[in-house]
Design a protein around this ligand. Structure first.
Ligand SMILES: [Zn+2]
Length: 594
């Protein structure tokens, strides 16, 4: 890796120098210029562009400088929309929990949740079942009936009584944070959550995860051993109660008569980052107040590691992210340059946004739609370029979101030379990248990608593996499409196309499912056919279609349904997997988030 890194760096320096000597850049999208952008963004110097890191900041400066040179003008303060993201959440020194006056051990008996509010509490523990207060026509369950939780500490079971089912009406109510919030609404001053046996047989404490805001009261995870001590007066164990509740399908809440006191102390550190936002003003008096947004995220996974999203989390190495998503940024910069240099002017304004924080949960695009400096209702469409650098031998481009406005499909066919590119279109506006944030605001979106591959989210996603000629082909199509979106007289009318967010089981849930009905009969040899793909489930969201034949998962062959089940059993919820499928005898790799 090091040796390869040096070569990459040497070449990068060479390309950069030859560029700075010859200031005249072609205004067209060229292989050399794409290579220049990507080899820099995906160089060792930028160390994988982790959000909030020095590499992230260098990338942002580079992008802003290039857009400025092309003639784009800054939005926000000098083209940067600045915001902070959570870097780490760790246990502070002050965490404390005592049961009838005896102190318990942090991290083995109890631990705070990342969303716990720092502060002290003391009071009687009340067992409040699953912590539900559900009153729907088809589902009723109230764990708070007959108990008084006001000013007391709630002990609540995690998950729900149908944990074995992937489709259950309880799922919406089963998140840890939501349960704590519910208890707080009922008057609780603190919450102790405990894992049932069905949910987590090992009763293991997970490390503090980023991304959840404080819930307003202290919230601890406790072990089953401690839960049993709290239930002593009741002469039952937490497992007894869990099994009984699941079997009888009804609440079993009661006051324990046991006093606890505690203090929550979590420490959150944040780091600054930024989106780069620049605009090419439109030429039409009226339409210049409308916009076409070209988006591409520039952050990646840094050095990888546990919890980073790396598919090889055990190794620490630069995750170059050349395809993901130096390719999208490089293409956006080249398109911007060509658009700005076009002799024919564009009626609508064209905004280029390079997002940060995508890999950590679309943070940059969420921040943009929360605090936009343009009127979002005036955005004609958002075109998201994410992973456009690996056009394969079949020249297949995947485009999502075409159901989000009526004319999009036609516009794409108008823009595409189908002798050079093949199209795999899907309607859904939601997807695993920044366009989802815009779709959530009722804006027509297009998600353009050359698709996933086995180097995805590994250190092997390097600039030398990019198909630059392929990128030029995708750029040609995108240029035509963006021109039309900028010039068509009538504004697109948004249409809903699929869910705006996906409700799924939290982590630790066993029993992975892709949401397909396999061909159990084995009609196909050397693969497994999906005879049904359930909408809204991982496979469908990853682009799988009915009739696709799964041939491998994460590079390991799938020849039949037994192989398939075996491969699935080795995966964990939350994993991103690369699934190779045959569709109309074309090989496609889909990235599916479990
Ligand atoms: Zn990614």
């Amino acid at each position: 890796m090091r040796i390869f890194g040096r070569i990459a760096l040497a070449l990068m320096v060479f390309v950069t120098i030859s560029f700075s000597k010859d200031k005249k850049r072609s205004t067209d999208v060229t292989v050399d210029e794409l290579k220049m952008h990507i080899s820099y963004l995906a160089s060792d110097e930028l160390k994988g562009r982790l959000t909030g890191s020095g590499g992230d900041s260098l990338a942002a400066e580079y992008i802003r400088k290039d857009l400025k040179a092309s003639g784009f003008v800054p939005l926000y303060k000098k083209g940067f929309q600045r915001f902070r993201v959570t870097d780490k959440i760790i246990n502070g020194p002050g965490n404390f929990l005592a049961l009838n006056g005896n102190s318990l051990k942090v991290n083995s008996d109890f631990a705070p949740f990342a969303f716990s509010q720092n502060g002290s509490f003391s009071g009687e523990v009340v067992f409040a079942g699953y912590g539900f207060e559900i009153n729907e026509d088809s589902l009723k369950w109230n764990d708070y009936g007959g108990i008084d939780i006001k000013g007391k500490v709630a002990m609540i079971l995690r998950a729900d009584p149908e944990i074995e089912k992937t489709k259950s009406p309880f799922i919406r109510y089963s998140k840890d944070r939501d349960k704590v919030l519910q208890a707080k609404d009922m008057g609780a001053i603190g919450v102790l959550l405990v894992s049932g046996k069905t949910f987590d047989p090992e009763d293991k404490f997970e490390s503090l995860a980023k991304g959840e805001q404080s819930v307003g009261i202290p919230a601890f995870r406790i072990s089953r051993k401690i839960a049993n001590q709290l239930l002593e007066t009741n002469k039952q164990t937490i497992i007894d109660i869990e099994l009984k509740m699941n079997e009888l399908r009804k609440p079993a809440s009661f006051n324990t008569g046991i006093l606890v006191s505690g203090k929550s102390d979590i420490v959150e550190t944040t780091v600054p980052t930024r989106n780069v936002v620049m605009v090419l003003p439109g030429s039409d008096k009226v339409l210049k107040n409308q916009y076409v947004v070209i988006g591409a995220h520039f952050d990646h996974l840094g050095m990888g590691g546990l919890g980073s999203g790396s598919r090889v989390p055990d190794s620490s190495a630069v995750h170059y992210g050349a395809d993901d998503n130096a390719s999208g940024v490089g293409m956006a910069l080249e398109l911007a340059q060509k658009l700005a240099a076009s002799p024919k002017h564009f009626k609508r304004s064209i905004v280029v946004i390079a997002f940060s924080g995508e890999e950590e949960g679309l943070l940059g695009s969420k921040k943009f739609v929360e605090k936009p400096e343009i009127d979002l209702t005036k955005v004609n469409a958002m075109v998201n370029l994410d992973m456009v650098g690996r056009l394969n031998e079949n020249s297949l481009v995947q485009i999502g979101g075409i159901g989000t406005a009526e004319p999009l499909k036609k516009m794409i066919y108008n823009s595409c030379d189908t002798t050079k590119l093949k199209l795999a279109l899907s309607d859904e506006g939601y997807g695993p990248s920044d366009h989802a944030s815009f779709y959530g605001k009722n804006i027509p979106v297009l998600f353009i990608s050359s698709g996933a591959h086995l180097d995805y989210h590994t250190p092997a996603d390097t600039w030398d593996k990019i198909n630059y000629e392929g990128m030029v082909k995708i750029s040609d199509m995108s240029y035509k499409l963006i021109s039309d979106l900028a010039n068509e007289d009538t504004k697109l009318v948004f249409k809903e196309a699929g869910p705006k967010e996906v409700v799924s089981r939290g982590s630790r849930r066993k029993g992975i499912t892709l949401g397909i009905m396999p061909d159990f009969a084995g009609n196909v040899k050397n693969g497994l056919r999906a005879d049904l793909v359930t909408p809204g489930k991982p496979a469908a969201l990853g682009g799988m279609k009915k009739g696709d034949i799964i041939t491998s998962i994460n590079g390991k062959p799938v020849n039949n349904v037994q192989d398939y089940m075996f491969r699935l059993n080795q995966l964990k919820p939350g994993d991103s997997i690369a699934v190779e499928v045959l569709r109309d005898s074309l090989k496609i790799v889909l990235i599916i988030q479990l």
